[in-house]
Design a protein around this ligand. Sequence first.
Ligand code: HEC
Ligand code: HEC
Length: 331
Amino acid sequence: MLVKKKAGCLLAGMMLFPMISYASEPVEPIKPVTNVNLDEVELGKKLYFDPRLSKSGFISCNSCHNLSMGGTDNLKTSIGHNWQQGPINSPTVLNSSLNLAQFWDGRAADLKEQAGGPIANPKEMAFTHMLAVDVLKSIPEYASEFKRVFGSDQIDIDNVTQAIAEFEKTLVTPNSRFDQWLLGDQQAITSYEHEGYQIFKTSGCVACHNGEALGGNSFQKMGLVQPYKTSNSAEGLAGVTGKDADRFKFKVPTLRNVELTYPYFHDGEAETLQEAVDLMAKLQLGRTFSTDENAKVVAFLRTLTGDQPSFVLPQLPPSTSKTPRPEPFDN
Ligand code: HEC
Ligand code: HEC
């Protein structure tokens, strides 16, 4: 905290109107990523884009967490193996390293544990960890890259998920207009957007959407003041803890890049930000926003779009005669 304050004062000192340092705001700027293992990141990037980790040979992490679309699929619920309808909306992978746990119900402790899930999920990539590892072993370029990165001839699911998780740590989105404002550039957002931020703070949205990610750091009941009606069968945290009190508690989603990550809520039922904000005010705070208040909050939320991941698309090494064949269709 001290360090942040100092930086804020330094910036403020250079400006005409000294401003309050962001340490006093409930939202913090996203920090650019530091401290990652670059070799693991490069390998993890390939694995993230490699559809051969799925039974069909067609579905990669990027299919449902498309890095050209805010790290989501922009579908109500995802499409998995054999065109199966997924049970729940796909959250963004952007800034997911900031989450206190992974999944809507927090059932994976971290990104590494999470990454093993979809590969073996019959409704997602429908593979087995053993087959996924067999695919990688059959491709000499992968074999030598794993050896170089992990220092052993052994390829196992532990290394696979380690590399993917390391890549995911780089998917943070600093430098949004709102962060520029937090860091002292008063021109970075308009007064209209600033009014939206004030409503967001004073009406109580920040009670749950705060910190670097404006979410991701607690589980909260969906429908705190008024019950939420949905036909989706997800139970939330109760499915993990078995406690009745945790029914319908979900990990508060990040609002970073939220203009890109539609549709909204775990069931994907809210198509627009306007709708999501309207429902949040009613269900979580017992408030009805005027059209003007709603528009201002939405305008503020759009300032949260940061620098999207940008890199040269990884080229994947070709399969060999030993590579298990893809099975795109269940006959
Ligand atoms: C078929 C679509 C699909 C594929 C393929 C897929 N995911 Fe997901 N992912 C989802 C859905 C849906 C969820 C939410 C599931 C839940 O919370 O129960 C999710 C959740 C996540 C989360 C948790 C984010 C959060 O905020 O809780 C991360 C991280 C993630 N996936 C990364 C990956 C990685 C890495 C891969 C590749 C190994 C992958 N996903 C493959 C659909 C998919
Ligand atoms: C009591 C905690 C709480 C408060 C207060 C709260 N939210 Fe939320 N917010 C949540 C939870 C939990 C979810 C996820 C609900 C779900 O998916 O079923 C959510 C979801 C959202 C989403 C959808 C994000 C996505 O990716 O699906 C938006 C947008 C949002 N909130 C904005 C707001 C705004 C604006 C306010 C103030 C009017 C607000 N929230 C107040 C807990 C809260």
